[in-house]
Design a binder for this molecule. Structure first.
Ligand code: FMN
Length: 359
């Protein structure tokens, strides 16, 4: 997740074992051009194993070059060899779809196939996966055709976020599309959308037959969710949620890791959003929340955290409250004529909803 799953947060999540902890989305072009921000986003800690990166890309040549860099072609030059590459075709942000990227791209099946083929070819033995949404909107589904193309081209798996780009993060994820993709493909399908607690993961697997699940907002402020998932999949008792004392320890450690990675200034600016997620459900008061949301030094952070009652229990009632993106459905911005240029096999019959394009 962009701005979240950097090396600092992954370090906390990885402690729970299991799982494949993927980097935030990194632009292929920035990586190829040696852009400092992209390079930082692609950084891994010395103990991270396996190393998994998500690339954002809109062009086959750049994809090939980025994948070459990542898979060891330039390892001697100290770049970032990785063990897994995921390609992002799910981002609904206007700044991305406006250029035909993210969730808009699979509509252009020719371009999608070129990019995936370039990635799989350049990656060699390193597995490549793709992450899709259902489509652009309910009149323009893309996942079945794109999933089949990707599987034919040799991807190791396909992850489906069961919403359209138009739906953003609003309505409940439509897991039936995950089941449809499982039926359509030979390769493993990973399901994504609305996994807030371990039993959601088990239910998704039971209802859809997916090979695994992808965690989104459920882990924001809760890196320990992965321990719960690990236990649930192993058929073991789910560990109880941490009390405020343990959460405060996580906050401190997260801040320390982020500032070590990004410096105190940027690190704490990036950290502020996490404080609200960690403290969701704990009755710490508006003043403390506001102060934590403005911290600019570690000393300030420690000062505000020191006053909190470590014995406060986690409020199970907030488990399913969305955090991070809560944006409601919104028309998808696309390059002019984008929908006319697609040649797609899985478009459902037109509905009465207008499809907005352009801009
Ligand atoms: C802050 C934030 C950043 C995200 N960044 C990415 C990203 O970089 N790559 C990606 O594939 N999905 C990204 N997502 C989407 C999630 O991975 C996931 O697909 C989505 O939240 C749906 O799952 P959920 O309903 O369980 O949250 C992001 C989501 C949030 C909330």
């Amino acid at each position: 997740m962009a701005g979240v799953t950097n090396v600092a947060f992954r370090t906390l999540c990885r402690r729970s074992g299991g799982g494949l902890y993927v980097s935030e989305m990194v632009g292929a072009r920035g990586l190829v051009e040696g852009n400092a921000t992209s390079t930082l986003k692609a950084a891994f800690g010395p103990h991270e194993d396996p190393r998994s990166i998500q690339l954002y890309t809109v062009e086959a040549r750049e994809t090939r070059a980025a994948v070459h860099l990542l898979t060891g072609g330039a390892a001697a030059a100290g770049r970032h060899p990785v063990d897994h590459i995921d390609l992002n075709f799910g981002c609904p942000a206007p700044k991305v779809t406006r250029h035909g990227g993210g969730a808009a791209l699979p509509w252009r099946t020719d371009l999608f196939a070129d990019i995936v083929a370039a990635a799989v070819d350049a990656a060699g033995d390193v597995p490549v996966t793709v992450k899709l949404r259902i489509g652009i909107d309910d009149s323009h589904h893309t996942y079945l055709a794109a999933g089949r193309i990707a599987a034919d081209l040799g991807v190791a798996g396909v992850a489906l976020h069961a919403r359209t780009a138009q739906q953003r993060y609003g309505p409940p994820a439509a897991w039936e599309h995950i089941a449809a993709l499982v039926d359509a493909l030979e390769v493993p399908v990973l399901g994504n959308g609305d996994i807030w607690e371990a039993r959601d993961a088990l239910r998704m697997q039971a209802e859809t037959g997916c090979a695994g699940v992808v965690i989104g907002r459920g882990c924001l402020g809760r890196p320990w969710l992965f321990g719960e998932l690990h236990a649930a999949f192993a058929g073991e008792p789910i560990p109880s949620a941490p009390d405020l004392g343990a959460v405060v320890a996580l906050l401190r450690e997260h801040a320390a890791l982020l500032t070590a990675h990004l410096g105190e200034d940027t690190g704490l600016r990036e950290f502020r959003k996490h404080t609200g997620w960690y403290l969701q459900g704990f009755p710490v008061g508006r003043e403390v929340r506001r102060a934590l949301n403005q911290v600019s030094t570690r000393a300030e952070l420690d000062h505000h955290l020191a006053g909190l009652d470590p014995r406060l229990p986690f409020d199970e009632g907030v488990r399913r409250q969305p955090r991070g993106h809560t944006t409601r459905p919104k028309h998808v911005q696309l390059p002019t004529g984008w929908l006319d240029r697609g040649h797609h096999g899985s478009t459902p019959p037109p509905t009465t909803h207008p499809v907005v394009s352009g801009g």
